[in-house]
Design a protein around this ligand. Structure first.
Ligand SMILES: Cc1cc2nc3c(=O)[nH]c(=O)nc-3n(C[C@H](O)[C@H](O)[C@H](O)COP(=O)(O)OP(=O)(O)OC[C@H]3O[C@@H](n4cnc5c(N)ncnc54)[C@H](O)[C@@H]3O)c2cc1C
Length: 500
């Protein structure tokens, strides 16, 4: 049977859509098969009774014209068409005695606030804010602009020159987690609150600094209309470039002949053939299910043996007949008395509302998300039936103390656990970003994860599982770079375009 496409792509998350767009820009006929009925994977949303419940993204790097990653989104059709909301306060952390840590993105404002809160920690605070100022000039996209295999000596020299002025801050702040830094604080509230400034205590300090720097630069906006409007813009770009997508079309097997990928079989039994197959979905599922673990080596086995950290969360999204617009957009409450969720005690509960984007709820009403970090295994052992409503109710009861009337105002609710996210997107353990970026996994991110499998030709992998730490611009670049490599294999010059 003749191939039906040049490239079959598995998954219409941001990495798959991006790979599809660049394939089409370079004259390859591509087809995407997506298991869900919607595009976006982790970057999506669902509507419930006139409320839009977002999958949970907070910001997208690259939304500021002319700034790092902007040209990527321009090529993919997401900017300048969409509007983005920029926030000057990332989060508030509230202690049980009424203390408040405001995470301002503007470093002078942040420094003044923190010094007022904890004057005894002046040295630590000034060092942190100095780092944020420095990262305002750092181009995070520089390491991913080109696949490493295509970098010439001149590219490496240019990169070295770009990185050189930042060697000091990178060396100092990449090997320290926010938890480590907070442990050095003398002020008890700062010590308790600081690890939660980015909802991710093990984040390398340089990542948190970059986030604040990009927020302050206006380069980390939230798309008006939510994650799905962002995804839809990229899906439309792909279709306009001539790509084809099939939804509710889960791939069950990658077809292989003579150790060469030749197509896919869907769960319906339908088979489709192509010159090349590119997986843009969960890495573990791709290697061990779709390819039955036939193409692995020691390094790949080790990556997926469970020793590397993952992040997953419990999220209760509520549509409430209450106006939260005057509340801070995101508050992490530090509880004195823990709340037990999936059998584990939790003392940090995030409450986020989307009042800054009125398109997500009817007038005078709000979408509110209650969030906490949780472990897949806690859910696996207790909730194989996937109905964690008791935990959601418990969380709502506890939040009632902070938001009186919350329970009575609830009009609809959606609960996400690591199990349900795994089922909905295929991501191993419901992981939100592939392997979690910590000071220990940072070298893995820089070194890169294999994007081809040993002994298998014409098969490629992209996604948050080939770029530890994930995130939207990085997975989109993963798709872009893989098409650049395919072009090189075929002796073609990699071309990009922007929509008219
Ligand atoms: C709560 C939360 C908050 C986040 N916040 C941010 C943020 O603020 N900023 C940011 O940049 N990033 C954020 N991220 C991370 C970011 O969303 C992800 O890293 C990124 O979306 C991953 O894209 P992907 O294409 O690699 O994978 P996915 O989004 O997982 O896409 C994979 C796609 O493949 C499909 N699929 C799976 N198996 C099959 C199969 N067998 N056949 C066909 N299709 C299949 C899935 O349905 C899915 O659509 C967040 C993630 C979460 C969960």
């Amino acid at each position: 049977m003749a191939p039906t496409a040049d490239i079959i792509i598995i998954g219409a998350g941001i990495s798959g859509l991006a790979a599809g767009c660049y394939a089409q820009m370079n004259g390859y006929r591509s087809i995407i098969f997506e298991a869900s009925d919607l595009p976006g994977g982790l970057c999506t949303a669902r509507s419930h009774q006139n409320y839009t419940f977002d999958g949970g993204i907070h910001y997208i790097f690259g939304t500021g014209p002319g700034q790092p990653f902007y040209s990527l989104w321009q090529e993919l059709g997401a900017v300048p068409e969409l509007e983005f909301v920029n926030q000057s306060e990332f989060m508030q952390i509230r202690g049980s005695q009424g203390e408040v840590l405001r995470v301002h993105s503007q470093p002078d404002q942040l420094q003044a606030h923190l010094l007022e809160l904890a004057p005894e920690d002046a040295k630590l605070i000034e060092g942190f804010c100095k780092g944020v100022r420095k990262f305002k000039e750092f181009d995070l996209s520089m390491l991913q602009q080109k696949p490493k295999s295509l970098m010439t000596a001149a590219d490496w020299a240019r990169l070295g020159k770009q990185v050189l002025p930042f060697m000091g801050v990178l060396g100092k702040w990449s090997q320290l987690s926010l938890r480590d830094l907070a442990a050095q604080a003398k002020n008890p509230f700062l010590r308790r609150a600081m690890p939660h400034m980015f909802a991710w205590p093990d984040v390398p300090v340089m990542v948190g600094m970059s986030l604040l720097a990009y927020l302050d630069n206006g380069n980390a906006g939230f798309p008006v209309g939510g994650a799905l409007s962002f995804t839809n813009a990229i899906e439309q770009r792909y279709l306009a470039l001539g790509g084809e997508i099939y939804y509710s079309a889960p791939v069950e097997r990658v077809l292989v002949e003579n150790d060469q990928a030749v197509g896919v079989r869907l769960t319906t039994g339908e088979e489709h053939r192509a010159e090349r197959v590119l997986s843009a979905c969960d890495g573990r599922r791709t290697i061990f299910d779709l390819l039955k673990g036939k193409y692995i080596n020691r390094r790949i086995e080790k990556l997926y043996d469970g020793h590397l950290p993952l992040h997953s969360q419990f999220q209760v999204s509520l549509g409430v007949a209450m106006d939260f617009a005057q509340q801070p957009a995101w508050v992490t409450h530090l509880l004195e008395e823990p709340v037990a969720i999936a059998g584990q005690d939790h003392c940090e509960i995030g409450v986020k509302h989307y009042g800054f984007d009125p398109s997500l709820a009817p007038p005078g009403k709000s979408v509110v998300s209650l969030m906490l970090t949780t472990h897949y295994h806690d859910w696996q052992t207790r909730y194989n039936d996937g109905t964690p409503s008791r935990d959601a109710e418990m969380l709502i009861d506890r939040m009632e103390a902070f938001y009186p009337g919350l329970r009575a105002a609830i009009e609809c609710m959606s609960v996400t656990t690591p199990l349900s996210l795994e089922k909905a997107t295929g991501n191993w353990q419901g992981a939100s970003s592939g392997w979690l970026l910590t000071k220990d996994t940072l070298p893995l991110m820089i070194k890169g994860v294999p994007k081809r499998l040993p002994g298998l030709d014409h098969f490629y992998m992209v996604s948050q599982w080939t770029e530890p730490g994930g995130s939207l611009p990085i997975v989109a670049l993963s798709g872009r770079n893989m098409v650049a490599e395919i072009c090189r294999e075929d002796g073609r010059t990699f071309e990009v375009s922007v929509p008219n």
